[in-house]
Design a protein around this ligand. Structure first.
Ligand code: SF4
Length: 168
């Protein structure tokens, strides 16, 4: 999706938001029971959606987890954080990621596409990095020209280059 940034920019991000959000909703509802909070944190929660927690806790379980890892509010349901811990322990780097403190959920983003927002941010970061590199090159170039000798001494031609080498 990051590679599609020029296409999305041309069409207009506002225009592509709806179809991409619909597609994202379909895929993630099927796989993760996604609630489309708009700020996906699945990679930090062992792929267990924290928005399924009845208390919508985004930074770990409450103190009421029942024996066997069941939810305090819905006893028939496994605590999303018990599932998150299991999932994170199976993911590469998951144990470190689950310890990261997540920001509170921003309800104004509800229903929007996380995929599109994240890819747009990444594309913007990439552009900024490239622009900074170009600016650094441009500012370094005059200095390089100043230090460069006016004319480089010509090196001697290697012998093979002046003869055919075929015995003629
Ligand atoms: S964290 Fe948000 S976007 Fe990600 S699966 Fe859960 S509700 Fe959906």
């Amino acid at each position: 999706m990051v590679a599609l940034d020029p296409v999305f920019a041309k069409i207009g991000y506002n225009r592509v938001e709806r179809p991409i959000a619909l597609f994202e909703r379909g895929v993630k509802t099927l796989l993760f029971d996604c609630k489309m909070c708009g700020q996906c944190v699945l990679s930090s929660t062992g792929m267990s959606c924290p928005m399924n927690c009845p208390k919508q806790l985004r930074n770990g379980p409450c103190g009421g987890v029942r024996p066997g890892g069941f939810c305090e509010v819905k006893p028939e349901m496994k605590c999303v954080w018990a599932l998150a811990w299991d999932g994170a322990s199976r993911m590469k780097g998951g144990a470190a990621q689950i310890r990261e403190v997540l920001p509170p959920v921003d309800h104004s983003l509800k229903g929007s596409s996380s995929w599109l927002r994240v890819s747009r941010e990444k594309a913007k970061q990439g552009r900024e990095t490239r622009d900074a590199a170009r600016k650094a090159m441009a500012s370094a170039f005059p200095e390089a020209r100043e230090q460069e000798p006016a004319s480089a001494p010509l090196s001697e031609e290697p012998p093979k280059a002046t003869t055919t080498g075929r015995g003629t």
